[in-house]
Unconditional design. Structure first.
Lengths: 251, 259
């Protein structure tokens, strides 16, 4: 597999905007690519294209060696079992506790019983600082906690690809550092490919192999963190944490 | 006018096509190979049966008793006046077992469980729970729709027989205060009027009504798109359509079996 994700002129209309998104991007297996840029620039849509939630009107989207447009429902489900996706809305089952929510993919796909579940789930919950919240229902969680729970649910299956939409949003500084550490360790352990969006400066930026700046549905610039910091584009520097008035969490 | 009629016909055809697609997918999920998600789906089915079937027993019992009391009192007091004592068994079988029992059971299931299913799925849709399930590779047809259809069908069939039994026996016991007919005569009259066809037709109605109610309510719940205000609208539509389609199916089965 040459690329874990390969979008070639993937075009789709953006709700409420006159412009169309048009993405061309290739992400190698094991690579971590962060999409930064203003809100409503199409970053989330790019992730939805990769997750098969939105079909491109033109162009192609290949994920883990599969053309998403050509996949039927069953094929798409099988492919999604190999990727973990966290959207801005965590989508936790409201009638299940945090623990049961995190266990759901393991129980559903692998039929794992309680004895085997705990050793797989508890370390992830501990790493994300969710152990004390595991008996709570989603309505009793803060936005950040719910987002962390959704991340835990995505991590327990040991997928090959992670698509994370604003996973750091709504988290306090301590949680941001914890999530960053967990993702870095997870990446080292599983050689997972990560494609994530950020609209605030985050320590994740320094661990990323590449950063892509998205504006009005186009990838306007891409490169390593160090390369991107040399940009003269003031707007881009704001998202990297190096712009005037911005606070760098990484520091 | 013709344009409006044409549009309504097309809409109706598309709606029935959607419902048929849900039925097809449910049947396919039931027989499709692979153990993946079977236990999880079974747990959802049992939970739905507990809510639709077991939890409905008190309200079904109360309504069945009241209906039984009314029909048996009327039949037992009016028929002797015209010399029709011998018809009491037939009246009970026709009115309670063939018609009102299945229909009232279906209406209770629609009111309790059908609306709950639409509301639950609608809220899940708005909260992105359905999308999240799809994103972890869980097929909604297997984990959400199929268990609910199976549970509602099984519950509906059992509740219909339970309704009939409670209405006939319970109704007689309550009406016994006013009636002069001994129980064994009453039981014999009912048994003589009841045929195997009646039992089979009740079971068939249970399966058809159950499938229709579950599929319609799941369809409308999943049709909610982005706003919580759509949920009550879809719930109302699901309820009205469920009642209408159950009545149409009742006519179809009755005409086919007895005409």
């Amino acid at each position: 597999m040459k690329f874990a994700i390969e979008l070639t002129n993937a075009q789709v209309g953006m709700d409420g905007e006159e412009w169309h998104v048009d993405f061309t991007l290739a992400v190698k297996p094991g690579e971590c690519v962060l999409l930064v840029g203003p809100g409503r620039s199409g970053k989330g849509l790019l992730l939805k294209l990769c997750a098969g939630l939105v079909a491109p009107e033109q162009g192609t989207v290949r994920v883990l060696d599969h053309d998403l447009v050509a996949l039927d429902e069953e094929g798409l489900s099988a492919l999604r079992r190999r990727m973990g996706v966290v959207l801005q809305q965590p989508g936790l089952r409201s009638n299940m506790t945090l623990y049961t929510n995190v266990c759901l993919p393991l129980v559903y796909h692998q039929g794992i019983d309680e004895e085997e579940l705990r050793p797989r789930v508890v370390p992830v919950l501990e790493a994300l600082g969710l152990t004390s919240l595991q008996k709570r229902f989603p309505a009793q969680l803060t936005t950040g906690e719910a987002r962390c729970a959704a991340l835990a649910r995505a991590l327990v299956m040991n997928q090959e690809l992670l698509l994370l939409d604003e996973v750091m949003a709504g988290l306090d500084a301590e949680m941001v550092m914890r999530v960053d550490r967990v993702l870095a360790e997870y990446r080292r352990a599983h050689a997972v490919t990560i494609l994530a969006t950020l609209h605030n400066p985050s320590p994740m930026l320094e661990h990323a192999d590449r950063i892509a700046f998205v504006r009005q549905g186009r990838i306007e610039a891409a490169g390593s963190y160090a390369e991107m910091l040399t940009t003269s584009d003031a707007a881009l520097r704001v998202y990297l944490g190096g712009g005037p008035g911005s606070s760098r969490l990484a520091s | 006018m013709i344009g409006w009629l044409g549009q309504r016909t097309i809409d109706g055809y598309l709606y029935l096509t959607d419902l048929s697609a849900h039925v097809y997918v449910t049947l396919r999920e039931m027989v499709s190979p692979g153990r993946q998600g079977r236990w999880a789906a079974l747990r959802v089915t049992l939970r739905q049966m507990l809510f639709t079937g077991v939890d409905a027993l008190p309200v079904i019992s109360a309504i069945a008793l009241m209906l039984g009391l009314i029909v048996i009192t009327q039949a037992g007091t009016q028929l002797p006046k015209v010399g029709g004592e011998g018809l009491i068994g037939s009246i009970i079988v026709v009115v309670i077992i063939r018609e009102l029992g299945p229909l009232l059971t279906a209406f209770i299931v629609i009111g309790r469980s059908g609306t709950a299913i639409t509301t639950e799925l609608g809220n899940m849709r708005v909260a992105q729970e359905i999308t999240a399930l799809e994103l972890i590779g869980i097929r909604v047809s297997r984990y959400i729709v199929m268990p609910r259809v199976v549970a509602v069908v099984l519950s509906m069939v059992c509740l219909m027989f339970y309704f009939d039994a409670v209405a006939v026996l319970g109704g007689f016991i309550i009406a016994r205060i006013k009636l002069t007919i001994p129980f064994h005569v009453f039981a014999q009259a009912v048994a003589q009027s009841l045929s195997l066809v009646d039992v089979l037709v009740t079971a068939a109605k249970g399966m058809l009504f159950g499938t229709a109610v579950a599929v319609i309510c799941c369809h409308h719940g999943l049709s909610v798109r982005s706003s919580y205000t759509e949920v009550p609208q879809q719930t109302t539509t699901a309820m009205i359509n469920s009642v209408t389609i159950c009545l149409l199916l009742d006519i179809l089965v009755t005409v086919t079996a007895y005409f």
